[in-house]
Design a protein around this ligand. Structure first.
Ligand SMILES: C[S@@+](CC[C@H](N)C(=O)[O-])C[C@H]1O[C@@H](n2cnc3c(N)ncnc32)[C@H](O)[C@@H]1O
Length: 253
């Protein structure tokens, strides 16, 4: 049996790493690190900082997991993501078989929380169900970008007793404002989806690089601040080479 920990490490600030996560980090023999996209260098640096700061015995091994390129040019988004998922399952299986010995503990350091827009748990389930590796998976929750956003703006995410809807920029742009909610949290937005909703009566609470020294916050009526966010976002993206932003859209009144 091999044990694999999916450890939520927070959304960018090493101080967000929980005591439970620190205990899990110190049980780990091998860290598997996903190497992704233009944000990779900064995201890898944070993971390195976390290990250096919190792991007492530096004899752990680090294995970088090559993330296969994602080809979204096919006829179906779900089909393309499915094909990419299958490639990653095969890579994970090989790594767990070859890089982690029976009885050892491996860990994936997952950005934010593993339960939110992250494929690690689905991939590990798929590896386990193929049957080639005997896996025990444990999940350690982390502070997500959504919690970091709410704290930075000092807001609750929803009205009293009301629901909050969490979605992606792609869905908001394609399907419009979801029915029955006044509060919509948007992640994974590469397309400025907030510009596609009717801004009348809507407030936005926007945050980029939350929890990092580069954090940027803008809040106000969408009608008034949408242009400012577009400008600030474009400048920051140009300067850093990548962008991570999350926002709450709230129908006011
Ligand atoms: C693949 S998802 C990972 C979400 C992560 N599991 C979580 O719990 O926050 C990446 C998206 O999370 C959001 N995100 C993650 N970290 C962020 C940060 N420090 N500041 C702003 N948004 C962030 C962005 O919307 C980004 O596109």
């Amino acid at each position: 049996m091999r044990t694999v920990l999916a450890i939520g490490i927070g959304a960018g600030d090493p101080d967000q790493v929980t005591v439970e996560a620190i205990r899990a980090l110190n049980r780990t023999d091998v860290f598997f690190v996903m190497d992704k996209g233009p944000a990779a260098a900064d995201l890898l640096a944070l993971r390195r900082t976390i290990c250096e700061r919190y792991v007492d015995d530096p004899s752990y091994r680090v294995v970088e997991v090559p993330d296969p390129p994602r080809d979204l040019s096919g006829p179906s988004y779900a089909g393309d993501v499915g094909a990419w998922h299958d490639k990653r399952v095969a890579i994970y299986e090989t790594l767990l078989l070859n890089q982690l010995a029976e009885g050892e503990v491996g860990a994936f350091l997952v950005w934010g929380d593993p339960a939110l827009y992250d494929s690690t748990l689905r991939l590990l389930d798929a590896v386990a169900s193929r049957g080639a590796v005997d896996l025990a998976v444990e999940v350690i929750p982390g502070i997500s970008a959504i919690q970091a956003l709410a704290a930075a703006h000092r807001i609750a995410l929803h009205g009293i007793g009301r629901p909050v809807h969490v979605t992606t920029g792609r869905r908001l742009a394609e399907e419009g404002w979801p029915a029955g909610v006044e509060d919509v949290v948007v992640m994974l937005d590469g397309r400025l989806a907030f510009t596609t909703v009717d801004p009348e009566g809507v407030d936005i609470y926007w945050g980029a690089y939350l929890g990092t020294p580069d954090q940027i916050l803008v809040a106000g009526p969408l009608v008034r601040v949408a242009g400012e966010i577009e400008r600030v976002r474009a400048e920051a993206r140009e300067r850093k080479g990548w962008m991570f932003d999350t926002y709450l859209l709230r129908r006011n009144g």
